[in-house]
Ligand binder design. Structure first.
Ligand SMILES: Nc1ncnc2c1ncn2[C@@H]1O[C@H](COP(=O)(O)OP(=O)(O)OP(=O)(O)O)[C@@H](O)[C@H]1O
Ligand SMILES: [Mg+2]
Length: 353
């Protein structure tokens, strides 16, 4: 069993603390993705799990064994870095088999494991090539192959796709997901690309400033973000946020923006007068004759849908609609917001109400 437990983990570099008591439970076979803005501590946490950074406080265990003082090579995990360096003078097969070779494994075993990994990664025809004769995506797969032949309990990936172009990223995303389904291994994967996180993870850990903001299944975080930060981080394009207050109008609960706009709110337990932030995702806004008037700034048609950048008075609002629009910048569109899809956050703490 290869569950990974991260308990009250703290990391200090000298007097600077960069990880502040992080807790994460990762089940055997789970695909967990760490996301968060640059500098929030994702790589540091992953490197502590790998044993490449010391742990200032707290406990990490792998497969039920505390590994704080276990050397990286004895932790039974394989890590694929953002800048994976292949050995330029070794061919693909030798690159993949090298870790087993230095362990002194017999040649027949190495060959068999390399062959199996090559099949999984569709590298069978490339085993005699050298790294400079490969495309970026093929090199990436070789880097992954090196990890697979070691047959570790846990895979650690640190932004492994960030060097690839958009199309290859999508292809590799699918391959990594398939790889996980086939091997059933535990994977801890770092990215700051929230689409990667949404599409691949069983569970996402959202980090900020060395702390965990929220942990949940991708759609759970999308539907029920615990605060403004998570709401803004998960989902693309990002959720709209408008500052204002809860009020009543004609006996109904409404949101009134600081600039005087009135938006619908589901009847609930939020008290009138409370300063809040109103959140609505672009995909939860449509065009409708009874919608609220907004002024179009820019339209971006992609064929399947149109992204509208508009303004409600002083507030920017983005919407994504299926319609093809003929309006021009500066003209008015009527945007309808589904109040059941609105998220209301406390203005002070950012917590969802
Ligand atoms: N050796 C070090 N000495 C001092 N501070 C460090 C060291 N390594 C990292 N840090 C700091 O720790 C914090 C977390 O860094 P980390 O590399 O884990 O961020 P990250 O979330 O992986 O960011 P990115 O998305 O940019 O890769 C940063 O503020 C960074 O400056
Ligand atoms: Mg990093």
């Amino acid at each position: 069993m290869a569950q990974v437990t991260v308990r009250n983990i703290v990391k200090r570099y000298g007097s600077v603390q960069v990880i502040h008591g992080v807790n994460v439970d990762i089940a055997d076979g789970e695909f967990v993705i760490l996301v968060g803005p640059s500098g929030c501590g994702k790589s540091t946490l992953l490197r502590m799990i790998a044993g490449l950074e010391s742990i200032s406080d707290g406990e990490i265990s792998i497969g039920g064994r505390v590994v704080n003082d276990v050397l990286p090579k004895d932790r039974d995990l394989a890590m694929v870095f953002q800048n994976y360096a292949l050995y330029p003078h070794k061919n693909v097969a030798d690159n993949m088999g090298f870790s087993l070779k230095i362990k002194g494994r017999p040649k027949a075993e190495i060959d068999a494991k390399v062959k199996k990994a090559a099949e999984i990664l569709d590298l069978g025809k490339l085993l005699d090539r050298f790294p400079k004769q490969l495309s970026g995506g093929q090199r990436q797969r070789v880097a992954m192959g090196r990890a697979i032949v070691r047959d570790p309990q846990v895979f650690l990936f640190d932004e492994p796709l960030s060097n690839l172009d958009a199309k290859l990223r999508v292809a590799m995303r699918v391959e990594i997901k398939e790889l996980h389904q086939r091997l059933g291994s535990t994977i801890i994967y770092v990215t700051h690309d929230q689409i990667e996180a949404m599409t691949m993870a069983d569970k996402i850990v959202v980090m900020r400033d060395g702390k965990v903001e929220q942990i949940g299944a991708p759609l759970d975080l999308y539907d029920n973000p615990g605060n403004v930060f998570v709401a803004g981080f998960i989902g693309s394009p990002a959720m709209n946020f408008i500052k204002g207050k809860i009020n009543s109008k004609d006996g109904r609960l409404v949101f009134v923006s600081d600039t005087g706009y009135v938006l619908p709110v589901e009847e609930g337990s939020i008290e009138r007068g409370r300063p809040v932030i109103y959140g609505i995702r672009p995909e939860h806004i449509d065009i409708a004759p009874d919608g609220l008037p907004a002024t179009v700034s820019v339209l971006e048609p992609t064929g399947s849908e149109t992204q509208i950048f508009a303004r409600f008075g002083e507030d920017d609002i983005d919407a994504i609609v299926k319609d093809r629009l003929t309006v021009r910048p500066g003209e008015e569109v009527r945007l309808r917001i589904d109040p059941r899809r609105a998220h209301i956050f406390d203005r002070q703490s950012g917590a969802r109400l």
